[in-house]
Design a protein around this ligand. Structure first.
Ligand code: PEP
Ligand code: MN
Length: 277
């Protein structure tokens, strides 16, 4: 890392997503399905995660799948029912744009744009997001150095959009027992050496449902500003990433334990904001 890109100030850029200040003294939980599959599936998930204390929703509209034959997401046809679910639950959505042309199309549907791991190096997409007013959650490329991740963030911030959240989602290592390897070093390093909030995605990091909560607790203990977690009411029926999806019950259990860990590190969960939209 070059010294001129390092920020030694402990102050953090606070990023407001749907009324929640990400990067401040409180911890943010973003939860929802890998893919938005139907009105019923999204509504059931949204209501369930909200009841357990999630602050924001996640859910893929366009998916970056390894296989071109795998489910690619519902795309534009889902916009109306997604808005209805957000309105009904009072929750805001974090969702991935895989192409710069989608930014305008989906602008009224999402509160925070997600850049996926495979697109971290897509500088034309990052430049477009740098010209937007809405916040951006930038996932780390699965083979990206921390320096490359931080420099990717600068494409957005230098373009005029300071509202960037870094998301560590696991990197590819020699280890194959788990989907990826959660790099907690990157979390503490980025917290110390950038001014941006840093959240953790334990779901893609480990890829195994039973192991997801432990990594969420580790992230909280390490000082992450939040977590983004995949949840599905019936993971066996999920059209993507069912193996790593928590059930609504798993998520509820995780939230109760997470609160205790956060207590220990004096980092409370946000209180729910009524009617943030
Ligand atoms: C996702 O969030 O569903 C996703 C595709 O994540 P990543 O880009 O980290 O693989
Ligand atoms: Mn996924």
């Amino acid at each position: 890392m070059e010294t001129q890109t390092m920020q030694t100030s402990p102050s953090t850029q606070i990023v407001n997503v749907g009324g929640y200040q990400i990067g401040g003294s409180q911890f943010t939980v973003i939860a929802g399905p890998c893919s938005i599959e139907s009105y019923d599936q999204f509504l059931e998930t949204a209501k369930g995660v909200k009841a357990s204390g999630a602050h924001l929703l996640r859910g893929g509209i366009w998916k970056m799948r390894t296989s071109s034959k795998a489910f690619q997401g519902l795309g534009n046809s889902s916009f109306d029912f997604i808005k209805a679910v957000c309105k009904e639950t009072g929750m805001s959505l974090v969702s991935e744009v895989t192409d710069a042309r989608q930014i305008e199309e989906v602008y009224d549907v999402v509160e925070c744009f997600q850049v996926g791991s495979r697109n971290m190096h897509n500088y034309s997409l990052l430049k477009e997001l740098g010209m937007q007013k809405k916040p951006v959650m930038l996932k780390r490329g699965f083979a990206a150095l921390i320096e490359e991740w931080v420099k990717a963030a600068e494409y957005i911030t230098n373009g005029g959009n300071p509202n960037v959240i870094l998301c560590e989602r696991g990197i590819r290592t020699f280890e194959t027992a788990t989907r990826n390897t959660l790099d907690l070093n990157a979390v503490v390093y980025a917290k110390k050496n950038t001014n941006l909030p840093v959240i953790v995605d334990p779901s893609h990091a480990v890829g195994i449902r039973a192991l997801v909560p432990s990594l969420a607790y580790a992230a909280a203990a390490a000082g992450a500003d939040g977590v983004i977690v995949e949840v599905h009411p019936r993971p066996a029926e999920a059209l993507s990433d069912g193996m790593q999806a928590l059930t609504l019950e798993d998520f509820s259990t995780m939230m109760k334990r997470l609160e205790k860990i956060l207590d220990a590190v004096e980092r409370p969960l946000h209180k729910e904001i009524a009617n943030v939209r």
